[in-house]
Design a protein around this ligand. Structure first.
Ligand SMILES: NC(=O)c1ccc[n+]([C@@H]2O[C@H](COP(=O)([O-])OP(=O)(O)OC[C@H]3O[C@@H](n4cnc5c(N)ncnc54)[C@H](OP(=O)(O)O)[C@@H]3O)[C@@H](O)[C@H]2O)c1
Length: 499
């Protein structure tokens, strides 16, 4: 049989050692929506053959109840098709410990499960205020011991709500687990298209020479959602767009786009370079927020053809809430490579289109050779890295319109993951779980990355608090965001990419 050329290079095996995985918060939303589907996918690929999975939560469930739940999750309407026998086999491998996080006996029960298994991975799919107690109980029960294998914890966002609380949270893990045993997940880093940023930059010769302030005019990073706050009003009221999206996902994207080449692919070499970017961000403080930031909230409008309420009318949201559902920043990096190049970040809910993308906008050619004769002038080249949807890369460049005149138009060279590779992209959680199992922490955030990101964001939060709620703008649901965002462009020549 002829080999499918699109499958070349796919599916390189990464075999985790025998391990016991415990999911704290196994009756919660994250376990149902992300973790069980990801683990089942690993099971189907043969990467979970030597793994024992234990759910831990306080709900009155038994192992049988949990198995039935897991089986139902695999049968959900949006779950990928798989043979029933495989689903049964997977469900038969999970078990459940019913316990509160504060109860020592629950941890003793965990210790009794697979006592000879040398490797332990603990996933904290729980409210963050439980992290400290869980980490301490694990240590007390002797389950963080690494003398025979490894013991690691995976923790979820939010990792604090400002610099002080993030530091306190980091301290709380440190009592039970040293830094190299802690895996802080940002699921964005598990997306193929995000990992591809480094490959694009450092695996090709043609991009890196122009990846600097000589050729790049500015960079835009957009994370736009069409959905509103949905049922998460209570959480979102205490967070807002800056904490929810920019502090973690968007600053991670920024650091991957702006970093210097690492000396090698060792996790710490990569993260060292990312931290340098975060440290080079010029702080935005009280005297800078008015010029460098925009915050706004969605008002009622029409989203995807349906009338929708404004943020203040959503469930669990205060009628006079000043929480921002949209934030845009002009970020400057004090670095040799990027001095003078603005990084324009924007994120929002209830916008006209769902898109996560990074666009690198190049400068115009030094001489407008065709200006006099052409009816259309040359547009700057733009390289767009589409993180989602329609994952891929597009390069916009100018081409001559056929005919006798020298007219030109921007055309696109387009790479789409969907058509270039003969395989669906793996879910981010699948990749990240496997990485944690095999001990590759490259795609997890190190303590100093989280710290540097919070340092920057806390300056803005303090500036906003000083400025007061009057500085909040509004935009209609279903629109492309507030008018005020255009002032961050700081040039007639620049435009936000259309949403
Ligand atoms: N859901 C997502 O898509 C998502 C995305 C990104 C990050 N996260 C983060 O992931 C974490 C979990 O989110 P989630 O949405 O899954 O939360 P959730 O649905 O509220 O689930 C919380 C889980 O923790 C358990 N729990 C809480 N307090 C407990 C206690 N004292 N003792 C024992 N069990 C306890 C609950 O068990 P019982 O209900 O049985 O009591 C439940 O299983 C949070 O930090 C969240 O911010 C979630």
């Amino acid at each position: 049989m002829q080999e499918n050329p699109l499958a070349a290079g796919l599916g390189l095996p990464r075999e985790p050692p025998p391990l016991s995985l415990v999911i704290f918060g196994a009756s919660g939303d994250l376990t149902r929506r992300k973790l069980i589907p990801a683990l089942f996918s690993l099971h189907m690929k043969g990467s979970a053959a030597r793994m024992l999975i234990t759910g831990f939560a306080r709900r009155d469930w038994t192992t049988e109840t949990f198995r039935a739940r897991v089986r139902a999750m695999l049968d959900a309407e949006d779950a990928p098709a798989a043979p029933a026998a495989e689903k049964d086999a997977f469900a038969a491998r999970v078990q459940f410990v019913r316990s509160s996080f504060e109860d020592r006996e629950g941890y003793a029960a965990l210790g009794a499960i697979a006592p000879d298994c040398p490797n332990r991975l603990f996933y904290l799919a729980t409210p963050p205020d439980a992290y400290q107690s869980i980490a301490e109980h694990i240590r007390e029960a002797g389950l963080s011991d690494q003398s025979r294998g490894y013991s690691r914890i995976i923790v979820e966002k939010p990792l604090g709500r400002d610099l002080a609380s993030a530091r306190a949270l980091n301290e709380s893990f440190a009592s039970g687990f040293p830094e190299h045993q802690i895996y802080r997940i940002d699921h964005y880093l598990g997306k193929e298209t995000v990992q591809n940023i480094m490959l694009l930059r450092f695996g090709n010769e043609i991009f890196e020479p122009v990846w600097n302030n000589r050729y790049v005019d500015h960079v835009q990073i957009t994370m736009a959602e069409t959905i509103g706050v949905e049922a998460r009003g209570r959480y979102y009221e205490g967070a807002g767009a800056l904490r929810d999206m920019i502090q973690n996902h968007m600053l991670q994207l920024l650091s991957l786009v702006a970093m210097e080449p690492p000396v090698d692919l060792d996790p710490d070499s990569v993260r060292d370079e990312k931290v340098k970017v975060l440290k080079s961000i010029k702080p935005i403080r009280a005297d800078g927020v008015a010029a460098e930031t925009v915050r706004a909230q969605y008002a009622a409008g029409i989203a995807e053809g349906t009338e929708v309420p404004g943020y203040r009318q959503e469930p669990d949201v205060a009628p006079d809430s000043s929480t921002e559902t949209y934030a845009a920043l002009r970020v400057s990096l004090d670095s040799w490579r990027w001095a003078g190049v603005p990084f324009l970040l924007r994120t929002g809910k209830r916008l006209s289109r769902r898109a996560t993308e990074i666009s690198v906008h190049f400068k115009r050619p030094p001489l407008n050779l065709f200006g006099g004769r052409a009816r259309f002038s040359a547009q700057p080249n733009v390289l767009v890295l589409r993180i989602q949807p329609r994952e891929g890369i597009t390069l916009g460049f100018n081409a001559k319109i056929p005919g006798y005149a020298s007219d030109m138009r921007t055309v696109a060279m387009d790479f789409a993951y969907g058509s270039a590779f003969a395989e669906d992209l793996p879910e981010a959680y699948e990749r990240l779980l496997l990485d944690a199992m095999v001990g590759d922490s490259t795609l997890f955030m190190r303590k100093d990355e989280v710290d540097s990101a919070w340092q920057f964001v806390t300056g803005i939060l303090e500036g906003w608090a000083e400025e007061g709620a009057a500085a909040l703008s509004f935009y209609g649901a279903g629109s492309s965001g507030p008018e005020e965002a255009s002032r961050l462009l700081a040039s007639e020549e620049r435009r936000w990419r259309r949403l």
